[in-house]
Design a protein around this ligand. Structure first.
Ligand code: ADP
Ligand code: MG
Length: 539
């Protein structure tokens, strides 16, 4: 018998080709989801280009139906042989704009980004805009359009760009420069794609509304293909402090990163390298680390050998180093979260809490929580859960998120906080970090990192306690009012008796008035103005 020789074919894929084949992992799994994801990625870029740079965001989103499409044939969900509709998604911002030389690659080369630095931002993978453009291009064959102008630039740049999938490089179809005679700056991106508005409508509306909750300082204009307009005007000009770029914390480095940093540094000695290139490392700490590794402080960084690098890492782990502070992070703060909840959900009560920074794997993170109760919120057996990471609303994969279990009535005993099982309740959780532990590049769920889980649990308990205090105060007020109403019924009788006792010396009306005043004084201790208000409210 002859041997069976199987011949395997080997080849390499470009990142574009990889994501072209695996669109689903970036959230582009079908025409409905793709439309949602396109809106989302473009809006996130718009907000990154504004609030990260202390610009009050003006963001305009327009989705238009451009007629029945699918003419180019290739549609994401081939199994359904989907007859899609052609849409355009246009997102305009008043952000910092892009330098023209970076536009082709920022929009035409996957994994090209200005956000691969240690600074909190909504984008982090260098994929979003490109995935939208790639999806648009494979479903319609059309390139994307980008108009951009930087602050202080005298020119406006226009590009028509698509992606060469095999080589992962931009194709420029059109390019022009216009003179600018205003002080406008910002970026407009338009993508054509085969989408499904009917099936994504709810999610997209939700997404825009939830973005408005977390960014009450933004103007957001949204126009959908049916001509509906959602307009969120900013309710404050106060913005969260923008994030700052930080150096890595020693606890977050591994062999590869350390190797690269050692070869890139301009520091002359190992000691200076540790002090200059890391967060929270002063001379003393640096010397301790070096001593622990059995090395010399004046070694040249580029000359460290692999075993010395390993020793250095071991010593770093064994040395007590101040944890990263959260000062470089951009969180909302209690006031803005409460405002966002009040403005959009119109509840009877809202409260928020911002925890101080914690750390996982060398990354600082801050957890905030908000709670809203009553008013226009609908009753449900589960609280409405508003999840956010780095100011991005997370809508899909709710049950896979570490936050979900914590708030779930099956696991969280809401009755301990005076919240009945059927309640008009919304809970907001915001995790921000230079590195949010997402479960996938579609950025929809946060992984169950124990440190994060713990902080979320504490934050939710804190706001739940605030709600509890409010509810019990309210219950007490109610009791007091009920008692007052009962007592008030006896006032005519009592004043009549007193009138008789005083032999008619004091007028009945005066006695009645006096008794009522006494009652009102007691009620005012509970912030109820007067029995009259209550009686009117009750009746
Ligand atoms: P990511 O946001 O993860 O970096 P994207 O593909 O969404 O990846 O965007 C690539 C880069 O293009 C961004 O890092 C940013 O520098 C730039 N960019 C995209 N959209 C805008 C915009 N609206 N304004 C300014 N810069 C933008
Ligand atoms: Mg992005």
């Amino acid at each position: 018998m002859g041997e069976v020789v199987s011949v395997e074919k080997f080849k390499a894929l470009s990142p574009s080709e990889f994501f072209y084949r695996n669109k689903e992992i970036a959230g582009f799994s079908n025409p409905a989801r793709a439309l949602y994801q396109t809106v989302r990625e473009l809006v996130e870029n718009a907000l990154d280009a504004t609030d990260t740079h202390y610009i009050l965001p003006d963001v305009k989103v327009v989705i238009r139906s451009e007629g029945v499409g699918g003419s180019t044939g290739v549609v994401a969900d081939e199994s359904e042989s989907y007859e899609g509709v052609l849409y355009s998604v246009q997102v305009e911002d008043n952000g910092i704009g892009l330098p023209p030389q970076h536009v082709p690659r920022a929009f035409g080369q996957l994994l090209y980004s200005s956000k691969y630095v240690l600074r909190q931002s909504r984008g982090m993978f260098g994929l979003g805009a490109k995935m939208a453009i790639l999806y648009g291009q494979i479903t319609t064959g059309r390139p994307a359009e980008v108009i951009t102008s930087q602050i202080l630039s005298k020119k406006i740049y226009y590009f028509k760009v698509s992606i060469d999938i095999a080589s992962n490089s931009p194709i420029i179809h059109e390019y022009s420069i216009l003179a600018k005679n205003s002080d406008w700056h910002g970026t407009t991106v338009r993508v054509y794609l085969i989408g499904d508005w009917q099936r994504s409508k709810q999610k997209i509306h939700d997404y825009v509304r939830r973005t408005a909750i977390i960014a009450p300082y933004a103007n957001i204009y949204f126009e959908d293909p049916e001509g509906n307009i959602l307009m969120f005007k900013r309710s404050t000009e106060e913005m969260p402090v923008p994030p700052r770029e930080v150096k890595p914390h020693p606890y977050g480095v591994d062999v590869e990163l350390l190797k690269r940093m050692l070869s890139d540094t301009t520091a002359e000695t190992l000691k200076d390298f540790l002090v200059n290139e890391f967060q929270n490392v002063g001379e003393l700490t640096a010397l301790k680390i070096i001593e622990g590794a059995g090395l010399k402080p004046d070694l040249k960084p580029s000359e460290l050998k692999l075993n010395e690098i390993n020793e250095l890492i071991k010593s770093i782990k064994a040395t007590k180093i101040k944890a990263p502070s959260g000062r470089h992070l951009s969180f909302l703060g209690e006031k803005l979260i409460e405002l966002g909840l009040r403005e959009t959900l119109k509840p009877e009560f809202a409260a928020a809490t911002t925890r101080s920074a914690s750390v996982y794997g060398g990354h600082a993170f801050v957890v905030e929580a908000g709670i809203a109760y009553g008013g226009k919120i609908l009753q449900s057996d589960k609280p409405i859960l508003l999840r956010y990471a780095n100011k991005i609303p997370l809508l899909y994969d709710e049950s896979a998120d570490v936050i979900y279990d914590i708030v779930d009535p099956k696991k969280f005993d809401w009755s301990r906080y005076g919240v009945p099982s059927q309640s008009p309740l919304a809970v907001l959780v915001h995790v921000c970090s230079t590195k949010v532990p997402y479960k996938g590049v579609g950025k929809e769920a946060i992984a169950d990192v124990p440190e994060v889980e713990r902080e979320v649990r504490i934050a939710v308990r804190e706001v739940a306690r605030k709600l509890k205090a409010y509810l019990s105060r309210k219950a007490k007020e109610f009791e007091e009012v009920e008692r007052a109403v009962t007592i008030a019924k006896y006032i005519p009788d009592v004043s009549h008796s007193l009138f008789k006792l005083s032999d008619g010396g004091v007028k009945r009306e005066v006695l009645e008035e006096k008794l009522l005043q006494l009652l009102n004084r007691r009620l005012s201790m509970f912030k109820i103005k007067s029995l009259k208000d209550v009686v009117i409210e009750v009746s």
